[in-house]
Design a protein around this ligand. Structure first.
Ligand code: NDP
Length: 291
């Protein structure tokens, strides 16, 4: 039978959205937050505010953690380790894979089990069927609690036993997210310097972003085969292109940190002898132990 009772520790925008989602589904929800007032609206909806962390932990076997990072988790749980035995800690705080692994060992030392989570949506996506969260940790624990996890986001995407994996998938998404968004800001700065508004270039920006999956798919197969043949693009051509990008931004008087960093990577690729290869050969520089 589906567990209908859960504890949520950490009531930032994400934790509050999660507690709301559980209340929406008729769960009994116990909450705790360092700043207790953040629980007010949830309590008004029927949540129980635990008076301390120990009682938040003992209220339920399944405890959702939504804190800034793993450091905040230790700050909250260290004084309450006596109440950890038997708990399943679903840690939806984002941090590095190594921190997630260390926390899983720490939880085990106190008789608890950690499921690591990496939520891929903002607070507005919490509780929605199309939203997705990466999970890793003990498979049987994930399977046993899957329906409860699917309240947070409709998709619970299990990646494997290693507690670092969910954090790793999350971080792979984030490096793409942050650099892509910076590319978008760069285009808007360039537009602005030329008298255009963000809304003027939105259609073009969206079309450009939509073209990327085709490139991902095309290059994935070649990359896994170790093939960087310059039959459709050459790094030397790419360098000329990214230099045009740099000069266009410099001419417009906007910040050039991002396009200059791109040019620098391409130059290193040329120096490493990849001028006639595809620009995918830059990967060989970027890989662990790369040139
Ligand atoms: P916030 O940083 O706003 O919320 C953090 C929570 O952590 C608050 O409840 C805060 O308590 C608590 N906290 C922080 N430090 C401490 C501490 N030292 N001791 C006790 N409590 C502490 O984060 P969000 O709610 O926005 O996000 C939560 C997690 O989800 C983060 O790891 C974030 O990276 C991740 N995430 C966020 C997304 C978003 O769009 N917001 C999207 C995907 C993931 P207090 O209220 O007292 O300050």
């Amino acid at each position: 039978a589906e567990q209908r009772s859960v504890t949520v520790i950490g009531l930032g925008p994400m934790g509050r959205a999660m507690a709301d989602a559980y209340l929406d589904r008729g769960y009994e929800v116990t909450v705790w937050n360092r700043t207790a007032s953040r629980a007010d609206a949830l309590v008004a909806r029927g949540a129980t505010l635990a008076p301390d962390v120990v009682r938040a932990l003992t209220a339920n076997d399944l405890v959702i953690l939504s804190l800034t990072d793993y450091e905040a988790m230790y700050a909250v749980l260290e004084p309450a380790t006596s109440a950890l035995a038997g708990r399943v800690l679903v840690n939806l705080s984002s941090d590095t894979p190594d921190k997630a692994r260390a926390a899983a060992r720490w939880a085990a030392d106190h008789g608890a089990v950690q499921l690591t989570g990496g939520v891929t949506v903002p607070p507005s996506g919490i509780g929605r069927p199309e939203s997705s969260t990466f999970y890793s940790g003990p498979r049987e624990v994930f399977d046993a609690h899957r329906p409860v996890l699917e309240v947070v986001t409709g998709k619970a995407d299990y990646r494997g036993e290693d507690p670092g994996l969910a954090a790793l998938y999350y971080q792979m998404g984030m490096v793409m997210f942050w650099t892509s968004m910076l590319g978008y800001w760069q285009a808007i700065a360039l537009a602005d310097a030329n008298g255009l508004a963000a809304s003027d270039i939105l259609g073009h920006a969206v079309e450009t972003a939509n073209s990327l999956p085709g490139f991902f798919t095309f290059y994935a197969e070649r990359i896994d085969a170790g093939a960087h043949q310059g039959d459709v693009d050459r790094l030397a051509m790419g360098l000329a292109s990214v230099e045009h990008v740099l000069h266009t931004n410099a001419d417009a008087g906007v910040d050039t940190a991002l396009p200059a960093a791109v040019v620098e990577l391409f130059r290193r690729g040329i120096e490493a002898g990849h001028g006639a290869d595809s620009f995918s050969s830059l990967l060989e520089l970027m890989k662990k132990g790369g040139e």
